[in-house]
Ligand binder design. Structure first.
Ligand code: NAD
Length: 505
């Protein structure tokens, strides 16, 4: 087993076109959560190297911003083609590095392809408004210009999709990208860069260093965050990270897109289709071993359907298959590392202390070697929303609570720090509309009759409050990657002033 993963990894990297010098003999050791085995030793960049990388990106910006946007879109179209050609290999590498099932690994690459398609169309639609002016003989409009160097910091759990959401948009918007991937998933980053390099070679005349990867940990990320030449820092990760990054970028008046933790909930109403709810909750709470930012972590079930739903859910938790995602059909793969396992166990202990009844949650030793951490997902029946329920624990724990009044349940739903994703299960129009209304869910994503996870790229993705307020991906998220100029043009021979102000000299 041990040899298999490392060998598999090396073969995949070679096929994906990654230079072996980039992952050999260095100080950053990467591991596969599937077996706990070391997969590579990558040379890291120190702060000076990060500075030099940003300098090269700044030079690339001066050339790329002048390339017409539809031509910039052509590069992203080629990136989409290259991703299609590499989908199987990159998907498998995602599975090895992040521990996802093959279907989820491939799905992550499909998401990269989807955002490329979206961004290609966008490259001809970076629209500004024409605005009515109060002055005769004048015209007013707004123009969207490239912003500058975009720094991307990403988390381990979506090791490549988050880069593509940012990069596809940044490139069509006229910006170079410097990417600091998670230190837990550097190999998929090198592979993504190699894929983009192939698209760049086919494109022909793009400036050098349009997209660069920095390998390193938190210090490398800090160097990116603090550099005033980085116009936009798009940072995905924990709220703890966002609390450090946000103020630093703000202090230098840089722009940031923060995509941070979630504590996502579902509400099951009396009229819900319980069979559908059961499947949606199972995927939302147990899928990806609870390691999605949108994982369902809290569930409010109406008293009248609690006994019809929750015992079935507990049964599903008991019977779900846990195991090696590469060699078995298991639905639940490993936790990323021991720290994630320890955090899960201490949250479960705290839940017990707070009066919770825990179902599942134990380590499944036979699912993997000693250095890998497989667990049975945990469902915890809580007497109320208290203790660890308020926190995001990045592991498969679902806290289940009863409710009787929907308005009160929505209050509880909103009473946590994070504000990423939410869903309601109901066939009652009044209940679903209340949930989607101004008095309803306070999250950036609010769904009806689907779970909290599994967003499509067409919508803007992100959340409120401690989730950071950023938006990425579809809709008009592209505006975060450009600067807006309002232009007023006087084509008359007079100089009327706005608001009727007179200043005759
Ligand atoms: P993490 O916060 O530990 O690390 C994320 C990235 O930030 C890494 O690349 C890390 O090196 C970097 N980093 C950490 N501290 C930094 C600092 N002070 N300055 C600059 N960079 C720094 O997160 P993780 O464990 O990799 O990922 C899990 C977390 O990410 C969860 O909280 C999850 O909800 C969140 N997440 C959010 C989204 C979203 O879109 N909202 C998506 C995926 C994951």
């Amino acid at each position: 087993m041990t040899d298999t993963i490392a060998k598999d990894c090396t073969e995949l990297l070679a096929r994906l076109g990654v230079d072996a010098a980039l992952y050999t003999g260095g100080t950053l050791h990467s591991f596969s959560p599937v077996t706990g085995e070391r997969t590579a030793e990558l040379p890291e960049q120190d702060a000076a190297a990060v500075g030099a990388t940003i300098g090269r990106a700044a030079v690339a910006f001066r050339a790329w911003r002048d390339v017409p946007a539809p031509r910039r879109g052509e590069l992203v179209r080629l990136l989409g083609e290259e991703l299609r050609a590499s989908k199987a290999d990159l998907g498998r590498l995602v599975s090895i590095e992040a521990g996802k099932s093959p279907s989820e690994g491939a799905g992550e690459v499909q998401e990269m392809i989807d955002i490329c398609d979206f961004a290609v169309g966008l490259s001809r639609q970076l629209y500004g408004l024409t605005i009515a002016t109060e002055r005769p003989g004048h015209r007013m409009m707004e123009t969207w210009h490239p912003l500058g160097v975009v720094g991307v910091i990403s988390a381990f759990n979506f090791p490549v999709a988050v880069w593509s959401w940012n990069t596809a948009l940044a490139l069509v918007c006229g910006n170079p990208v410097v990417w600091k991937p998670s230190e837990k998933t550097p190999l998929t980053a090198l592979a993504s860069q190699a894929i983009l390099d192939r698209a760049l070679a086919r494109f022909g005349d793009a400036p050098a260093h349009l997209s660069q990867v920095i390998i390193g940990g938190r210090e490398a990320g800090e160097a990116l965050v603090e550099d005033p030449r980085v116009a936009l820092v798009s940072a995905t990760g924990s709220t703890r990270m966002g609390r450090q990054v946000g103020p630093k970028v703000a202090a230098r008046f840089g722009r940031s897109i923060l995509e941070l933790g979630g504590n996502n909930a579902g509400i099951v109403c009396p009229s819900a289709d319980l069979d559908m709810a059961l499947r949606a909750i199972a995927f939302g709470a147990m899928g990806t071993a609870g390691q999605r930012c949108t994982t369902m972590r809290r569930l409010f079930v109406h008293d009248s359907v609690y006994d019809a739903l929750v015992p079935r859910l507990i049964k599903a938790y008991g019977s779900v298959s846990v195991g090696n995602p590469l060699t078995t059909q298991a639905l639940v793969g490993p936790l990323v590392d021991k720290a994630a396992f320890d955090a899960m166990q201490s949250a479960l202990a705290a839940a017990k202390t707070a009066g919770g009844t825990v179902h599942g949650g134990a380590r499944v030793a036979e699912a993997g070697p000693e250095a890998a951490f497989y667990v049975k997902p945990a469902l915890v029946e809580m007497p109320s929303q208290t203790g660890p329920v308020f926190e995001e624990t990045f592991a498969p724990i679902l806290y289940v609570m009863r409710y009787t009044d929907l308005a009160a349940a929505i209050e509880d739903h909103n009473a946590v720090g994070a504000g990423l994703s939410s869903s309601i299960f109901t066939t009652d129009l009044r209940e679903s509309e209340l949930f989607l209304s101004a008095a309803g869910s306070d999250c950036g994503i609010a769904n009806v009759n689907i779970g909290t996870s599994g967003a499509e790229i067409g919508g803007a993705f992100g959340g409120e409050k401690e989730t950071g307020g950023g938006r990425e991906s579809g809709s008009d998220a592209w505006k975060g990657y450009m600067r807006r100029a309002t232009n007023t043009i006087n084509y008359s021979r007079a100089l009327p002033l706005a608001q009727g102000v007179v200043f005759d000299i």
